[in-house]
Design a protein around this ligand. Structure first.
Ligand SMILES: NC(=O)c1ccc[n+]([C@@H]2O[C@H](COP(=O)([O-])OP(=O)(O)OC[C@H]3O[C@@H](n4cnc5c(N)ncnc54)[C@H](OP(=O)(O)O)[C@@H]3O)[C@@H](O)[C@H]2O)c1
Length: 224
């Protein structure tokens, strides 16, 4: 059965890995809401892949996502809230206002607006919402105040959405520590717990994004 998967931050890291798996299914139409395309994605057929170019830090998200109306029909829809930023990793006294605004927009506001848009315009479709969460949503890590609190916020937003829309499916999934650019920037940062993250990499404990993507898609069963 045909289905549409809308995913944010799909050009690299876990988001790209999810697309790499999804695109193998000819019945799956992927809509990437991202700032750019990966090299492979530039060659994907418009029958299976559509690129909505959007900086999630912009204040034009609500207007730009209205294009989804022309891309989606009556098929089941899955929204994967994947894009997220972790920087700046600094003490609270060193946070600047622009960084606070940016994290709120990318990690929280964009997902709220896309979720609202889909619920308002496609409530008659079968809807699955997947929030890529983090252990940091439930565990305070010094110098990660923006990331931890934004991940906690959006996790609760999805839980609340689940309580309002019982006929749709909602998942908060912690992917575990993965070998992506986000972890490289964590290891390059200065914070009390940094050595633990360096050790995870040295001991080969970082998960491969492709493997995590396969596990997530197996769990949510949008192919069913
Ligand atoms: N890596 C881990 O160990 C880990 C652990 C737990 C949870 N997670 C979660 O897993 C998810 C994926 O993380 P990842 O490790 O794959 O991260 P990543 O490698 O840093 O990739 C982040 C993605 O988000 C996009 N993005 C960032 N800012 C954006 C903006 N302003 N507008 C549009 N897109 C933007 C990036 O696109 P650009 O190329 O345009 O920047 C990229 O596609 C995140 O929700 C993260 O919180 C990761």
């Amino acid at each position: 059965m045909r289905k549409t998967v809308v995913i944010t931050g799909a050009n690299r890291g876990l988001g790209k890995a999810l697309v790499d798996v999804l695109i193998k299914d000819e019945d799956c139409f992927v809509i990437s809401i991202s700032r750019r395309l990966s090299q492979e994605q530039k060659a994907y057929s418009s029958k299976q892949f559509s690129f909505v170019e959007l900086d999630l830090a912009d204040d034009t998200i609500a207007e730009k996502i209205s294009i989804l109306k022309s891309l989606i029909g009556e098929e089941p829809i899955c929204f994967i809230n994947n894009a997220s930023i972790i920087e700046p990793i600094v003490k609270i006294e060193d946070l600047d206002e622009a960084a606070i605004d940016k994290t709120i927009s990318v990690n929280i506001k964009s997902a709220m607006l896309i979720t609202k848009y889909l619920l308002r315009n496609f409530n008659g479709n079968s809807l699955t919402f997947v929030n890529i969460s983090s252990g940091a949503a439930n565990r305070a890590i010094s110098n990660w105040s923006l990331y931890c609190s934004s991940k906690a916020f959006i996790q609760m937003f999805f839980k609340t959405a689940e309580s309002e829309y019982r006929h749709h499916r909602f998942f908060n999934i912690d992917p575990g520590v993965m070998d992506t650019a986000m972890q490289r920037s964590v290891r390059a940062s200065d914070f009390p717990d940094v050595d633990n993250f360096k050790e995870l990499q040295q001991e080969g404990q970082l998960k491969k994004p492709l493997h995590v993507a396969e596990e997530i898609l197996e769990k949510i069963q949008i192919n069913g």
